[in-house]
Design a protein around this ligand. Structure first.
Ligand code: NDP
Length: 257
C-alpha cells in the first residue's frame, strides 16, 4: 500500500487490455482506500469489465470511471476532458499507454493505412492527451504538479528490420518526452518515460491483424514479461515523493538481447 497515492486521480489510456489494464489493477491494489481511476480505450464493454474486476478485488475505496475514447481523435479528446464530471477533473497522473503496431514489413512495403494508424495513435494520440491534460497540471499549487508517464518501447532505442514505422513512432515519443521534460523543468510536473521490451499482451495479435497463431509464434522459445511486470514499475514511479523523478526506465526480459 502507498500513502503517497491516496486521494489521487489517475487517468490511463489503453486500459482495456495488456499493460494498461494491469496498471489500473496495480494502482487499485497499491492504494485501495481512496483512489479514482479514469480508464479509457475504444472498447467500452471491456473497460466496464475491468472496472467490475477492480471493484470485486479491492472494494468501493477505488472509484472507477470507464470512458470510451479514441486518443487519435483530437476533438474527442478535448470533449472528453471538457465534459469530465466535476469530481473527476482534478487529475494527478496521466499514463499515456494506448499504442499499437500493425504488420511486419520492410519499409517500402508498409501499408499506408498502417503507417497512418501507428503515427495517429502512438504519437499524435499521446500528444493530444498531453495537451488536453497539461492545463489541469499547470493550475495545481504554486508551480504546477502532476505526472505524465509515457509508455515508449525498447523499439524507440533499438530499431529492428520489419518494424521501421513502429520504431519511428516510439523514437518520436522519446524526443517529445525529453523536450517536454525540459520545457517544464521549472514546474513540479514530472515527465516520465518507461520503455518496455517484450511483453505478452494483445499487442502481437493486433500486429498480425488478429491472427492468434502468428502472434503466439512470436513468444516461442523466449519468456516475455507479463503486463504486471510493467504495471509494477509504472505504479512505483508514480509513487515516488514529489522531488524524485524516475525519469527514464528501460525494462525487458533478462534474455532479450
Ligand atoms: P495491448 O494491445 O494489449 O493494449 C493496447 C491498448 O491500447 C488497448 O487497451 C487498446 O484498446 C488501446 N488502444 C489502441 N488504439 C487506441 C486508440 N486509438 N485510442 C485509444 N486506445 C487505443 O498492448 P500492450 O498492453 O502491450 O501495449 C500498451 C503499450 O505498451 C503500447 O503503447 C505499446 O506500444 C507498448 N509496448 C508494448 C510492448 C509489448 O511487447 N507488448 C513492448 C513495448 C512497448 P482498444 O482497442 O479498446 O482501444
Amino acid at each position: 500500500m502507498s500513502k503517497r497515492l491516496e486521494g489521487k486521480t489517475i487517468l490511463i489510456t489503453g486500459a482495456s487490455s495488456g499493460i494498461g489494464r494491469s496498471t489500473a489493477q496495480e494502482f487499485a491494489r497499491t492504494s485501495p482506500n481512496n483512489l479514482r481511476l479514469i480508464l479509457t480505450a475504444r472498447r467500452i464493454d471491456t473497460l466496464k469489465e475491468v472496472a467490475e474486476d477492480i471493484k470485486k478485488e479491492v472494494g468501493a475505496g477505488v472509484k472507477v470511471l470507464p470512458v470510451k475514447l479514441d486518443v487519435s481523435n483530437p476533438e474527442e479528446v478535448r470533449s472528453f476532458v471538457g465534459n469530465l464530471p466535476e469530481e473527476w477533473r482534478d487529475i494527478d497522473v496521466l499514463v499515456n499507454n494506448a499504442g499499437l503496431v500493425k504488420g511486419v514489413a520492410k519499409a517500402p512495403e508498409i501499408l499506408e493505412e498502417d503507417i497512418n494508424v501507428m503515427f495517429a495513435t502512438n504519437v499524435t494520440g499521446l500528444i493530444n492527451m498531453t495537451q488536453a491534460i497539461l492545463p489541469i497540471f499547470k493550475k495545481k499549487g504554486e508551480s504546477g504538479a502532476g505526472d505524465i508517464i509515457n509508455i515508449g518501447s525498447i523499439a524507440g532505442r533499438e530499431p529492428y528490420p520489419g518494424g521501421s514505422i513502429y520504431c519511428a513512432t516510439k523514437a518520436a515519443i522519446r524526443s517529445f518526452t525529453d523536450a517536454l521534460r525540459r520545457e517544464l523543468i521549472a514546474t513540479r510536473i514530472r515527465v516520465i518515460e518507461i520503455d518496455p521490451g517484450q511483453v505478452e499482451t494483445e499487442f502481437s495479435v493486433v500486429r498480425f491483424y488478429g491472427d492468434k497463431s502468428k502472434a503466439d509464434a512470436i513468444y516461442a522459445g523466449c519468456e516475455p514479461l507479463t503486463p504486471d511486470d510493467i504495471a509494477e514499475v509504472i505504479v512505483f514511479t508514480a509513487g515516488r515523493r514529489e522531488n524524485v523523478i524516475v525519469a527514464d526506465t528501460l525494462i525487458f526480459p533478462n534474455h532479450q538481447a
